[in-house]
Design a protein around this ligand. Structure first.
Ligand code: ADP
Ligand code: ZN
Ligand code: MG
Length: 479
């Protein structure tokens, strides 16, 4: 039988507020253990939470940016379970009246557009973090709890089971990440765990409308793991079904080192959590004017920006998609083109040489040693024919470690392109004299032989001769 994969994601997105969701403790990442805590987030008896207004604002903005309906009347609920990183023994979350519901985002995989529906977005508090003496809980002799993360605000963004492949799930998560970055509600640093996904995967016979039994992989925090975990799980479930077995509904972990998923525990159901309304917090009632105010405050979103770069700047759909997938890159691009640099050249330099250098050093575009304005100035030198595209690569590498302006570097290193006809002609004559074979080939009708001659001239001029002029001169001289 042929099976189809069905995938749904629950994405947890840590919000960029200064303080926690129900108390005034700082949310800052990386502080000494248990220094950002107070009686409220430690769940001491008798304390009362107060809701951080910004969390509601961010929840509503996230809902609006993903085409959700906003619930003007929303409330918090307690999700009860016991674990050492949860001092109250319940997580304050939302159950039946989340802040936003029924949204959608569009994704594109291999040129095909698809709409992925969002079930809901709800607000909740994060739990603390277990710090094991070993590498995992299994090989540790002791574990400590760090409560700094307890009470850090989260949005949980739940999708419908609308994805059919690892590539679609990745595109969906990339889109959510881009949107959250654009509306500035989260720093979305996956390596710090501020954006992580629980992935639900099931199979069903192709053509069937019914959902199969699913497994869930929790806390996936990189795109690579997301794709690997899904692909592994699809393969594993296919084998089980083809052997006549049944899928067990369970929670599995993904081991990124071995690239496999492993059974962890049978999956809990909603009734296991004994959800109940949170009596210590009033319901959240939001006036329509407030929702409209937040809507007006939303910036241009990734899809709109992408369309603008295609229409106004003439970028290809692919280039515009890459540039706008990250807000920081889109802003960098805008600053490069603001210098007068041509859009297509700007996109090429950002996506090739700049991206390569950033990746090699593991730094983000905001920290690029070559700022947008300097890259723009360098592109202007190419456009003015002061340097060739090839020489520009040398200039760019020099700019990476040398803060001087591109003009300065070009002058200091003597990289100015030779556009003086006399100077180029002299080299052309030498090359023609020294390469009788290529000349004969060319004159004998092999037009491609000109390439070898141009190459020789470029080499003799250390790459500085203007290639168009070289081509033209050789063609003229050889008739
Ligand atoms: P929970 O996992 O907390 O019990 P839900 O039942 O609402 O919550 O489902 C969570 C996620 O699992 C959603 O993203 C949903 O789309 C997805 N999902 C539900 N059923 C299936 C299924 N049979 N196969 C794949 N994904 C599913
Ligand atoms: Zn606190
Ligand atoms: Mg779940």
């Amino acid at each position: 039988m042929k099976y189809e994969a069905v995938i749904g994601l629950e994405i947890h997105c840590e919000l960029k507020t200064k303080t926690k969701i129900f108390c005034g403790c700082a949310t800052e990442f990386g502080a000494a253990q248990n220094t950002h805590v107070c009686p409220v987030c430690l769940g001491m008896p008798g304390v009362l939470p107060t809701i951080n207004r910004r969390v509601v604002e961010f929840g509503i903005k996230a809902g609006l940016a993903t085409n959700c309906a906003i619930n003007q009347y929303s409330k918090f609920d307690r999700k009860n379970y016991y674990y050492p990183d949860l001092p109250k023994n319940w997580q304050t979350s939302q159950y039946d009246l989340p802040i936003a519901e029924h949204g959608w985002v569009d994704i594109e995989v291999e040129g095909e557009k698809k709409r992925i529906r969002l079930t809901r977005i709800h607000m909740e508090e994060d739990a603390g973090k277990l710090v094991h003496s070993g590498t995992t809980i299994k090989d540790s002799t002791s574990s400590n709890v760090d409560y700094n993360r307890t009470g850090v605000p989260l949005l949980e963004i739940v999708s419908e089971p609308d994805m059919r492949s690892a590539a679609e799930a990745r595109a969906y998560m990339e889109k959510i990440k881009a949107i959250m970055e654009y509306i500035d509600v989260s720093s979305c640093r996956m390596e710090e765990g501020n954006l992580r996904a629980d992935i639900n995967v099931s199979l069903r016979p192709v053509g069937s409308e019914e959902l199969g039994t699913r497994t869930e992989m929790k806390n996936i925090n990189s795109f690579k793991s997301l794709e690997e975990a899904i692909n592994y799980e699809i393969e594993r479930q296919t084998e089980v079904l083809e052997d006549g077995g049944h899928i067990i509904q369970e929670t599995r972990t993904f081991d990124p080192v071995r690239g496999v998923t492993l059974s962890m525990r049978s999956k809990e159901n909603a009734h296991d959590y004994r959800y109940m309304p949170e009596p210590d917090l009033p319901p959240i009632v939001t006036a329509p004017e407030t929702i409209e105010k937040y809507r007006r405050e939303l910036p241009e979103l990734p899809d709109a920006r992408r369309e603008r770069l295609e229409k106004e700047c003439g970028l290809s759909a692919y280039d515009a998609g890459v540039i706008t997938a990250s807000r920081a890159m889109a802003e960098y691009f805008d600053k490069v083109t603001a210098t007068g640099a041509e859009a297509k050249l700007a996109a090429n330099w950002i996506m090739s040489d700049l991206a390569k250098n950033l990746n090699a050093e593991g730094i983000t575009i905001e920290k690029s040693p070559v700022g947008a304005e300097r890259l723009g100035q360098m592109i202007l030198l190419i456009m003015k024919n002061t340097i060739s595209g090839k020489i520009a690569k040398t200039v760019f590498q020099e700019m990476w470690t040398n803060p001087a302006s591109p003009e300065q570097i070009v002058n200091d290193k003597g990289l100015v392109q030779i556009t003086d006809t006399g100077a180029i002609e002299k080299i052309v004559d030498e090359v023609i004299a020294n390469n009788p074979k290529a000349v004969a080939d060319f004159q004998g009708g092999n037009k491609k032989a000109i390439g070898a001659l141009v190459g020789q001239v470029m080499k003799a001029s250390k790459g500085k001769a203007n290639p168009q002029m070289v081509n033209k001169l050789i063609a003229e001289k050889l008739g």
